[in-house]
Design a binder for this molecule. Structure first.
Ligand SMILES: Nc1ncnc2c1ncn2[C@@H]1O[C@H](COP(=O)(O)OP(=O)(O)OP(=O)(O)O)[C@@H](O)[C@H]1O
Ligand SMILES: [Mg+2]
Length: 455
Protein backbone atom coordinates (compact mmCIF):
# COMPACT_ATOMS: atom_id res chain seq x y z
CA UNK A 1 0.00 0.00 0.00
CA UNK A 2 1.37 3.39 -0.89
CA UNK A 3 2.74 5.49 1.89
CA UNK A 4 0.22 8.31 1.90
CA UNK A 5 -2.69 5.85 2.27
CA UNK A 6 -0.80 4.06 5.03
CA UNK A 7 -0.22 7.36 6.85
CA UNK A 8 -3.90 8.25 6.64
CA UNK A 9 -4.85 4.85 8.06
CA UNK A 10 -2.32 5.25 10.85
CA UNK A 11 -3.79 8.64 11.71
CA UNK A 12 -7.35 7.27 11.76
CA UNK A 13 -6.41 4.21 13.74
CA UNK A 14 -4.63 6.28 16.40
CA UNK A 15 -7.33 8.91 16.67
CA UNK A 16 -9.17 9.07 20.01
CA UNK A 17 -12.35 9.84 18.03
CA UNK A 18 -12.63 6.18 17.01
CA UNK A 19 -12.78 4.71 20.52
CA UNK A 20 -14.39 7.77 22.11
CA UNK A 21 -17.90 6.27 21.93
CA UNK A 22 -19.41 8.97 19.70
CA UNK A 23 -20.27 7.15 16.46
CA UNK A 24 -21.32 10.27 14.53
CA UNK A 25 -17.97 11.93 15.19
CA UNK A 26 -16.05 8.75 14.35
CA UNK A 27 -18.06 8.36 11.11
CA UNK A 28 -17.23 11.89 10.02
CA UNK A 29 -13.59 11.33 10.73
CA UNK A 30 -13.53 8.09 8.71
CA UNK A 31 -15.36 9.71 5.78
CA UNK A 32 -12.96 12.68 5.80
CA UNK A 33 -10.06 10.26 5.62
CA UNK A 34 -11.66 8.30 2.74
CA UNK A 35 -12.23 11.53 0.84
CA UNK A 36 -8.62 12.54 1.35
CA UNK A 37 -7.11 9.15 0.54
CA UNK A 38 -9.17 8.35 -2.56
CA UNK A 39 -9.34 11.87 -3.99
CA UNK A 40 -13.10 11.70 -4.48
CA UNK A 41 -15.94 14.18 -3.89
CA UNK A 42 -18.64 11.98 -2.36
CA UNK A 43 -18.50 9.37 0.36
CA UNK A 44 -21.17 8.10 2.72
CA UNK A 45 -22.10 5.55 5.37
CA UNK A 46 -25.42 3.72 5.14
CA UNK A 47 -26.89 1.82 8.00
CA UNK A 48 -28.88 -1.40 7.56
CA UNK A 49 -32.26 -1.04 9.30
CA UNK A 50 -33.35 -3.58 11.96
CA UNK A 51 -35.68 -5.37 9.50
CA UNK A 52 -32.67 -5.77 7.15
CA UNK A 53 -34.81 -4.69 4.22
CA UNK A 54 -33.41 -1.19 3.66
CA UNK A 55 -30.51 1.15 4.35
CA UNK A 56 -30.44 4.84 5.12
CA UNK A 57 -27.53 7.27 5.05
CA UNK A 58 -26.28 8.20 8.53
CA UNK A 59 -23.21 10.16 7.45
CA UNK A 60 -22.38 11.80 4.15
CA UNK A 61 -19.79 14.15 2.74
CA UNK A 62 -20.39 15.48 -0.74
CA UNK A 63 -18.12 18.37 -1.61
CA UNK A 64 -20.15 19.31 -4.69
CA UNK A 65 -23.73 18.89 -3.56
CA UNK A 66 -25.09 19.56 -0.13
CA UNK A 67 -28.46 17.80 -0.47
CA UNK A 68 -30.20 17.50 2.83
CA UNK A 69 -32.11 14.46 1.66
CA UNK A 70 -30.78 11.06 0.68
CA UNK A 71 -32.83 8.22 -0.75
CA UNK A 72 -33.66 4.98 1.05
CA UNK A 73 -31.92 1.97 -0.48
CA UNK A 74 -34.41 -0.89 -0.51
CA UNK A 75 -33.56 -4.57 -0.79
CA UNK A 76 -36.67 -5.15 -2.88
CA UNK A 77 -35.38 -2.71 -5.49
CA UNK A 78 -31.69 -3.60 -5.22
CA UNK A 79 -31.57 -7.38 -4.65
CA UNK A 80 -28.18 -8.04 -6.30
CA UNK A 81 -26.60 -5.08 -4.55
CA UNK A 82 -27.82 -6.24 -1.12
CA UNK A 83 -26.73 -9.81 -1.79
CA UNK A 84 -23.26 -8.68 -2.82
CA UNK A 85 -22.91 -6.65 0.36
CA UNK A 86 -23.93 -9.62 2.46
CA UNK A 87 -21.52 -12.03 0.78
CA UNK A 88 -18.56 -10.10 -0.62
CA UNK A 89 -15.76 -8.14 0.92
CA UNK A 90 -15.88 -5.16 -1.42
CA UNK A 91 -17.86 -4.13 -4.51
CA UNK A 92 -15.40 -2.70 -7.01
CA UNK A 93 -17.23 -1.04 -9.90
CA UNK A 94 -15.13 1.19 -12.14
CA UNK A 95 -18.07 1.57 -14.53
CA UNK A 96 -20.87 1.45 -12.02
CA UNK A 97 -23.72 2.15 -14.41
CA UNK A 98 -22.89 -1.04 -16.35
CA UNK A 99 -21.61 -3.23 -13.54
CA UNK A 100 -24.10 -6.12 -12.97
CA UNK A 101 -24.25 -5.44 -9.24
CA UNK A 102 -24.35 -1.65 -9.17
CA UNK A 103 -26.42 -1.28 -12.35
CA UNK A 104 -29.47 -1.55 -10.08
CA UNK A 105 -28.48 1.90 -8.73
CA UNK A 106 -28.20 3.28 -12.25
CA UNK A 107 -31.78 4.36 -13.02
CA UNK A 108 -32.20 6.79 -10.15
CA UNK A 109 -29.20 7.11 -7.96
CA UNK A 110 -26.02 7.16 -10.06
CA UNK A 111 -27.04 9.64 -12.80
CA UNK A 112 -28.78 11.84 -10.24
CA UNK A 113 -25.49 12.45 -8.39
CA UNK A 114 -23.24 12.26 -11.48
CA UNK A 115 -21.53 9.11 -10.27
CA UNK A 116 -19.51 6.83 -12.58
CA UNK A 117 -17.38 4.67 -10.32
CA UNK A 118 -18.26 2.99 -7.05
CA UNK A 119 -16.10 1.38 -4.37
CA UNK A 120 -18.49 0.04 -1.75
CA UNK A 121 -17.30 -1.84 1.30
CA UNK A 122 -19.69 -3.67 3.64
CA UNK A 123 -19.51 -2.61 7.28
CA UNK A 124 -19.55 -5.45 9.76
CA UNK A 125 -19.96 -5.71 13.51
CA UNK A 126 -19.66 -8.98 15.43
CA UNK A 127 -19.63 -10.77 12.05
CA UNK A 128 -22.93 -9.27 10.87
CA UNK A 129 -23.29 -6.86 7.96
CA UNK A 130 -24.61 -3.64 9.48
CA UNK A 131 -24.29 -1.26 6.51
CA UNK A 132 -22.03 -0.02 3.77
CA UNK A 133 -19.46 2.69 3.19
CA UNK A 134 -19.90 4.06 -0.33
CA UNK A 135 -16.96 5.74 -1.99
CA UNK A 136 -18.09 7.30 -5.24
CA UNK A 137 -16.22 9.04 -8.09
CA UNK A 138 -17.61 11.48 -10.57
CA UNK A 139 -14.70 10.84 -12.96
CA UNK A 140 -15.69 8.71 -15.95
CA UNK A 141 -12.69 6.48 -16.41
CA UNK A 142 -11.28 5.98 -13.00
CA UNK A 143 -10.04 2.59 -11.88
CA UNK A 144 -9.88 1.69 -8.20
CA UNK A 145 -6.38 0.39 -7.41
CA UNK A 146 -5.75 -2.65 -5.19
CA UNK A 147 -4.20 -0.25 -2.59
CA UNK A 148 -7.39 1.79 -2.56
CA UNK A 149 -9.50 -1.35 -2.16
CA UNK A 150 -7.32 -2.45 0.76
CA UNK A 151 -7.49 1.10 2.18
CA UNK A 152 -11.31 1.22 2.31
CA UNK A 153 -11.31 -2.32 3.71
CA UNK A 154 -9.23 -1.16 6.66
CA UNK A 155 -11.43 1.95 7.10
CA UNK A 156 -14.49 -0.34 7.26
CA UNK A 157 -12.80 -2.41 9.97
CA UNK A 158 -12.00 0.74 11.89
CA UNK A 159 -15.68 1.71 11.61
CA UNK A 160 -16.53 -1.64 13.25
CA UNK A 161 -14.23 -0.66 16.10
CA UNK A 162 -16.07 2.66 16.45
CA UNK A 163 -19.43 0.85 16.59
CA UNK A 164 -18.14 -1.35 19.43
CA UNK A 165 -16.90 1.74 21.28
CA UNK A 166 -20.28 3.46 20.85
CA UNK A 167 -22.07 0.35 22.09
CA UNK A 168 -19.78 0.15 25.10
CA UNK A 169 -20.37 3.84 25.83
CA UNK A 170 -24.13 3.32 25.58
CA UNK A 171 -24.00 0.41 28.01
CA UNK A 172 -21.78 2.37 30.37
CA UNK A 173 -24.19 5.29 30.37
CA UNK A 174 -27.07 2.89 30.93
CA UNK A 175 -25.20 1.30 33.79
CA UNK A 176 -24.42 4.69 35.32
CA UNK A 177 -28.06 5.72 35.03
CA UNK A 178 -29.23 2.44 36.54
CA UNK A 179 -26.69 2.79 39.33
CA UNK A 180 -27.92 6.28 40.05
CA UNK A 181 -31.50 5.07 40.06
CA UNK A 182 -30.53 2.21 42.33
CA UNK A 183 -28.68 4.52 44.68
CA UNK A 184 -31.61 6.89 44.92
CA UNK A 185 -33.95 3.93 45.47
CA UNK A 186 -31.70 2.60 48.23
CA UNK A 187 -31.50 6.07 49.80
CA UNK A 188 -35.28 6.39 49.64
CA UNK A 189 -35.79 2.94 51.15
CA UNK A 190 -33.22 3.56 53.85
CA UNK A 191 -34.99 6.77 54.74
CA UNK A 192 -38.39 5.13 54.97
CA UNK A 193 -36.94 2.17 56.90
CA UNK A 194 -35.20 4.50 59.33
CA UNK A 195 -38.48 6.31 59.83
CA UNK A 196 -40.35 3.04 60.33
CA UNK A 197 -37.70 1.93 62.80
CA UNK A 198 -37.98 5.21 64.69
CA UNK A 199 -41.76 4.83 64.84
CA UNK A 200 -41.36 1.25 65.97
CA UNK A 201 -38.92 2.25 68.71
CA UNK A 202 -41.26 4.94 69.92
CA UNK A 203 -44.18 2.50 69.91
CA UNK A 204 -42.06 -0.03 71.74
CA UNK A 205 -41.06 2.49 74.39
CA UNK A 206 -44.69 3.43 74.83
CA UNK A 207 -45.63 -0.24 75.16
CA UNK A 208 -42.92 -0.85 77.72
CA UNK A 209 -44.19 2.10 79.65
CA UNK A 210 -47.77 0.82 79.40
CA UNK A 211 -46.76 -2.67 80.42
CA UNK A 212 -44.78 -1.27 83.32
CA UNK A 213 -47.88 0.51 84.51
CA UNK A 214 -49.98 -2.62 83.94
CA UNK A 215 -47.61 -4.77 85.98
CA UNK A 216 -47.66 -2.15 88.70
CA UNK A 217 -51.44 -2.09 88.50
CA UNK A 218 -51.63 -5.86 88.98
CA UNK A 219 -49.33 -5.58 91.93
CA UNK A 220 -51.38 -2.80 93.52
CA UNK A 221 -54.62 -4.71 92.95
CA UNK A 222 -53.12 -7.87 94.45
CA UNK A 223 -51.74 -6.10 97.49
CA UNK A 224 -54.91 -4.10 98.04
CA UNK A 225 -56.88 -7.32 98.04
CA UNK A 226 -54.48 -8.99 100.41
CA UNK A 227 -54.36 -6.04 102.81
CA UNK A 228 -58.12 -5.78 102.76
CA UNK A 229 -58.59 -9.05 104.61
CA UNK A 230 -56.60 -8.29 107.81
CA UNK A 231 -57.90 -4.72 107.84
CA UNK A 232 -61.46 -6.02 107.53
CA UNK A 233 -60.91 -8.39 110.44
CA UNK A 234 -59.38 -5.54 112.48
CA UNK A 235 -62.35 -3.28 111.81
CA UNK A 236 -64.74 -6.05 112.88
CA UNK A 237 -62.74 -6.59 116.08
CA UNK A 238 -62.80 -2.88 116.91
CA UNK A 239 -66.55 -2.69 116.25
CA UNK A 240 -67.06 -5.72 118.47
CA UNK A 241 -65.05 -4.10 121.26
CA UNK A 242 -66.98 -0.87 120.91
CA UNK A 243 -70.25 -2.74 121.16
CA UNK A 244 -69.15 -4.59 124.33
CA UNK A 245 -67.81 -1.35 125.81
CA UNK A 246 -71.15 0.41 125.29
CA UNK A 247 -72.95 -2.48 127.01
CA UNK A 248 -70.49 -2.35 129.91
CA UNK A 249 -70.97 1.42 130.26
CA UNK A 250 -74.74 0.98 130.34
CA UNK A 251 -74.54 -1.74 133.05
CA UNK A 252 -72.12 0.44 135.00
CA UNK A 253 -74.50 3.47 134.80
CA UNK A 254 -77.44 1.29 135.88
CA UNK A 255 -75.29 -0.15 138.68
CA UNK A 256 -76.13 -3.66 137.52
CA UNK A 257 -72.62 -4.77 136.54
CA UNK A 258 -71.54 -8.12 137.98
CA UNK A 259 -68.04 -9.47 138.52
CA UNK A 260 -68.67 -12.23 136.03
CA UNK A 261 -69.74 -9.72 133.42
CA UNK A 262 -66.61 -7.64 133.95
CA UNK A 263 -64.36 -10.73 133.64
CA UNK A 264 -66.14 -11.74 130.45
CA UNK A 265 -65.62 -8.27 129.04
CA UNK A 266 -61.90 -8.26 129.89
CA UNK A 267 -61.39 -11.71 128.26
CA UNK A 268 -63.29 -10.66 125.14
CA UNK A 269 -61.30 -7.46 124.86
CA UNK A 270 -57.92 -9.29 125.12
CA UNK A 271 -59.04 -11.72 122.47
CA UNK A 272 -60.07 -8.85 120.19
CA UNK A 273 -56.74 -7.12 120.82
CA UNK A 274 -54.86 -10.30 119.90
CA UNK A 275 -56.82 -10.47 116.67
CA UNK A 276 -56.22 -6.79 116.03
CA UNK A 277 -52.54 -7.13 116.74
CA UNK A 278 -51.93 -10.09 114.45
CA UNK A 279 -53.99 -8.71 111.60
CA UNK A 280 -52.54 -5.22 111.73
CA UNK A 281 -49.07 -6.74 111.82
CA UNK A 282 -49.91 -8.82 108.78
CA UNK A 283 -51.15 -5.73 106.96
CA UNK A 284 -47.99 -3.86 107.91
CA UNK A 285 -45.79 -6.70 106.59
CA UNK A 286 -47.71 -6.73 103.34
CA UNK A 287 -47.32 -3.01 102.92
CA UNK A 288 -43.60 -3.34 103.62
CA UNK A 289 -43.24 -6.00 100.95
CA UNK A 290 -45.27 -3.96 98.59
CA UNK A 291 -42.96 -0.99 99.15
CA UNK A 292 -39.96 -3.17 98.35
CA UNK A 293 -41.33 -4.11 94.98
CA UNK A 294 -43.72 -1.39 93.93
CA UNK A 295 -41.43 1.50 94.74
CA UNK A 296 -38.56 -0.12 92.83
CA UNK A 297 -40.87 -0.90 90.00
CA UNK A 298 -41.60 2.74 89.42
CA UNK A 299 -38.21 4.18 90.25
CA UNK A 300 -36.06 1.79 88.16
CA UNK A 301 -32.95 2.58 90.13
CA UNK A 302 -29.72 0.62 89.86
CA UNK A 303 -29.20 -1.09 93.23
CA UNK A 304 -27.28 -3.96 94.82
CA UNK A 305 -30.09 -6.41 95.25
CA UNK A 306 -30.01 -9.08 97.92
CA UNK A 307 -31.79 -11.63 95.78
CA UNK A 308 -33.20 -14.12 98.28
CA UNK A 309 -35.04 -11.49 100.35
CA UNK A 310 -36.11 -9.60 97.31
CA UNK A 311 -37.51 -12.60 95.47
CA UNK A 312 -39.33 -13.76 98.60
CA UNK A 313 -40.90 -10.36 99.19
CA UNK A 314 -41.80 -10.06 95.55
CA UNK A 315 -43.42 -13.47 95.24
CA UNK A 316 -45.28 -12.93 98.49
CA UNK A 317 -46.77 -9.77 97.11
CA UNK A 318 -47.67 -11.62 93.90
CA UNK A 319 -49.31 -14.55 95.68
CA UNK A 320 -52.79 -13.07 95.33
CA UNK A 321 -52.34 -13.32 91.62
CA UNK A 322 -52.19 -17.12 91.80
CA UNK A 323 -54.23 -17.54 94.93
CA UNK A 324 -57.28 -19.10 93.36
CA UNK A 325 -55.22 -22.12 92.31
CA UNK A 326 -53.12 -24.25 94.57
CA UNK A 327 -49.68 -22.91 93.73
CA UNK A 328 -46.48 -23.23 95.70
CA UNK A 329 -43.61 -20.90 94.90
CA UNK A 330 -40.22 -22.20 95.91
CA UNK A 331 -37.15 -19.95 95.90
CA UNK A 332 -33.67 -21.41 95.82
CA UNK A 333 -31.04 -18.81 96.40
CA UNK A 334 -28.14 -18.30 98.82
CA UNK A 335 -28.42 -15.47 101.30
CA UNK A 336 -25.15 -14.08 99.98
CA UNK A 337 -26.21 -13.91 96.34
CA UNK A 338 -26.48 -10.31 95.21
CA UNK A 339 -26.87 -8.64 91.84
CA UNK A 340 -26.37 -5.04 90.84
CA UNK A 341 -29.30 -4.42 88.58
CA UNK A 342 -32.49 -2.47 88.03
CA UNK A 343 -34.63 -4.13 90.67
CA UNK A 344 -37.85 -2.76 89.20
CA UNK A 345 -37.13 -4.42 85.86
CA UNK A 346 -36.38 -7.72 87.58
CA UNK A 347 -39.71 -7.38 89.42
CA UNK A 348 -41.48 -6.85 86.15
CA UNK A 349 -39.88 -9.94 84.63
CA UNK A 350 -40.85 -12.16 87.56
CA UNK A 351 -44.34 -10.62 87.69
CA UNK A 352 -44.92 -11.41 84.04
CA UNK A 353 -43.60 -14.96 84.34
CA UNK A 354 -45.77 -15.67 87.38
CA UNK A 355 -48.79 -14.08 85.73
CA UNK A 356 -48.21 -16.31 82.68
CA UNK A 357 -48.08 -19.49 84.78
CA UNK A 358 -51.41 -18.53 86.27
CA UNK A 359 -52.99 -17.68 82.95
CA UNK A 360 -51.49 -20.32 80.65
CA UNK A 361 -49.63 -23.06 82.51
CA UNK A 362 -51.86 -24.11 85.39
CA UNK A 363 -55.04 -25.26 83.73
CA UNK A 364 -55.86 -28.41 85.71
CA UNK A 365 -57.67 -27.18 88.85
CA UNK A 366 -56.93 -30.23 90.99
CA UNK A 367 -53.27 -30.65 90.31
CA UNK A 368 -50.53 -29.45 92.56
CA UNK A 369 -48.95 -26.49 90.83
CA UNK A 370 -45.35 -25.64 91.49
CA UNK A 371 -43.14 -22.73 90.51
CA UNK A 372 -39.44 -22.96 91.20
CA UNK A 373 -37.22 -19.90 91.00
CA UNK A 374 -33.49 -20.42 91.41
CA UNK A 375 -30.72 -17.84 91.29
CA UNK A 376 -27.07 -18.83 91.20
CA UNK A 377 -23.99 -16.65 90.77
CA UNK A 378 -22.30 -17.18 87.43
CA UNK A 379 -19.41 -15.25 85.85
CA UNK A 380 -20.02 -11.60 86.76
CA UNK A 381 -23.75 -11.98 87.22
CA UNK A 382 -26.53 -14.39 88.16
CA UNK A 383 -28.16 -17.24 86.30
CA UNK A 384 -31.89 -17.43 86.98
CA UNK A 385 -34.10 -20.41 86.27
CA UNK A 386 -37.85 -19.99 86.42
CA UNK A 387 -39.75 -23.22 85.94
CA UNK A 388 -43.33 -24.40 86.26
CA UNK A 389 -44.87 -27.86 86.16
CA UNK A 390 -47.79 -26.68 84.05
CA UNK A 391 -49.17 -27.79 80.73
CA UNK A 392 -46.06 -26.76 78.73
CA UNK A 393 -45.80 -25.19 75.28
CA UNK A 394 -45.68 -27.04 71.95
CA UNK A 395 -42.72 -26.33 69.66
CA UNK A 396 -44.78 -24.42 67.10
CA UNK A 397 -45.96 -21.93 69.72
CA UNK A 398 -42.61 -21.84 71.49
CA UNK A 399 -40.77 -20.28 68.57
CA UNK A 400 -43.07 -17.23 68.64
CA UNK A 401 -43.66 -16.56 72.31
CA UNK A 402 -41.22 -13.63 72.56
CA UNK A 403 -42.80 -11.93 69.54
CA UNK A 404 -44.76 -8.81 70.41
CA UNK A 405 -48.52 -9.35 70.16
CA UNK A 406 -48.17 -13.13 69.97
CA UNK A 407 -50.76 -14.69 72.27
CA UNK A 408 -52.81 -17.84 72.40
CA UNK A 409 -55.37 -16.22 74.64
CA UNK A 410 -56.57 -13.16 72.79
CA UNK A 411 -60.14 -14.26 73.57
CA UNK A 412 -59.30 -13.97 77.27
CA UNK A 413 -57.90 -10.48 76.94
CA UNK A 414 -54.23 -11.45 76.41
CA UNK A 415 -52.32 -8.80 74.48
CA UNK A 416 -49.25 -10.92 73.75
CA UNK A 417 -46.92 -8.28 75.13
CA UNK A 418 -45.86 -9.87 78.40
CA UNK A 419 -43.00 -12.01 77.12
CA UNK A 420 -41.90 -9.50 74.54
CA UNK A 421 -41.48 -7.00 77.37
CA UNK A 422 -39.62 -9.65 79.37
CA UNK A 423 -37.34 -10.27 76.39
CA UNK A 424 -36.64 -6.55 75.93
CA UNK A 425 -36.02 -5.98 79.61
CA UNK A 426 -33.59 -8.92 79.86
CA UNK A 427 -31.67 -8.24 76.67
CA UNK A 428 -31.74 -4.45 76.55
CA UNK A 429 -32.36 -2.83 79.89
CA UNK A 430 -30.54 -5.52 81.89
CA UNK A 431 -28.01 -6.50 79.17
CA UNK A 432 -28.62 -10.21 79.69
CA UNK A 433 -29.76 -13.26 77.75
CA UNK A 434 -32.92 -15.33 77.93
CA UNK A 435 -33.89 -18.76 76.70
CA UNK A 436 -36.96 -20.96 77.02
CA UNK A 437 -37.51 -24.69 76.92
CA UNK A 438 -40.69 -26.60 77.32
CA UNK A 439 -42.08 -30.11 77.24
CA UNK A 440 -45.82 -30.29 76.63
CA UNK A 441 -47.47 -31.99 79.58
CA UNK A 442 -44.48 -31.45 81.86
CA UNK A 443 -43.85 -27.75 82.13
CA UNK A 444 -41.84 -24.79 80.97
CA UNK A 445 -38.41 -23.48 81.94
CA UNK A 446 -37.30 -19.88 81.36
CA UNK A 447 -33.55 -19.43 81.95
CA UNK A 448 -32.08 -15.99 81.97
CA UNK A 449 -28.68 -14.64 82.79
CA UNK A 450 -28.29 -11.11 84.14
CA UNK A 451 -24.88 -9.46 84.53
CA UNK A 452 -23.90 -7.03 87.27
CA UNK A 453 -24.45 -3.61 85.73
CA UNK A 454 -22.01 -0.72 86.11
CA UNK A 455 -23.19 2.42 87.82
N1 LIG B 1 -45.64 -20.63 81.53
C1 LIG B 1 -46.31 -20.81 80.37
N2 LIG B 1 -46.92 -22.00 80.09
C2 LIG B 1 -47.58 -22.18 78.92
N3 LIG B 1 -47.70 -21.24 77.97
C3 LIG B 1 -47.11 -20.06 78.17
C4 LIG B 1 -46.40 -19.76 79.38
N4 LIG B 1 -45.91 -18.51 79.29
C5 LIG B 1 -46.32 -18.01 78.09
N5 LIG B 1 -47.04 -18.94 77.41
C6 LIG B 1 -47.57 -18.79 76.04
O1 LIG B 1 -46.92 -17.69 75.43
C7 LIG B 1 -47.87 -16.76 74.91
C8 LIG B 1 -47.30 -15.37 74.97
O2 LIG B 1 -47.16 -14.93 76.30
P1 LIG B 1 -47.23 -13.38 76.62
O3 LIG B 1 -47.02 -13.19 78.07
O4 LIG B 1 -46.29 -12.69 75.71
O5 LIG B 1 -48.70 -12.97 76.17
P2 LIG B 1 -50.08 -13.26 76.92
O6 LIG B 1 -49.81 -13.76 78.31
O7 LIG B 1 -50.91 -14.13 76.06
O8 LIG B 1 -50.72 -11.82 76.97
P3 LIG B 1 -50.34 -10.65 78.02
O9 LIG B 1 -49.11 -11.08 78.74
O10 LIG B 1 -50.07 -9.46 77.17
O11 LIG B 1 -51.53 -10.50 78.88
C9 LIG B 1 -49.11 -16.98 75.72
O12 LIG B 1 -50.27 -16.60 75.01
C10 LIG B 1 -49.05 -18.49 75.98
O13 LIG B 1 -49.56 -19.22 74.88
MG1 LIG C 1 -48.50 -12.79 79.62
Amino acid sequence: MNESLENILLEVSRSPEIDGGNLARASQFILDSALKGLDITRVSIWELQPDKQSMIATALIDTLRQDAETPVLRKSELPSYFEALETERTIIANDARNNPITAELAPDYLPEYGIYGVLDVPLRHKGEMIGVMCCETRKEHRSWTPDEVAFVGVLADIYGRAVSAAERERFEQLLIRQNEQLESMVAERTQSLTKALDNFKQAQERLIETEKMAALGKLVAGVAHEVNTPLGISVTAVTHCEHRLKKLKQAFTEGSISKKQLNQFIDDTFEAYDLLNSNLERAATLIQNFKKTAVDQSSFELVDCQLKDYLQALTLSLKPMVKKKKVSIDIRCDEATTLRTYQGALAQIVTNLISNTNEHAFVEPDEEHRILISAEPEKDGVQFVFSDNGKGIDSDTLKDIFEPFFTTSRHNGGSGLGLSIVYNLVTQKLKGEIDVQSTPGEGTVFSFYLPNLQK
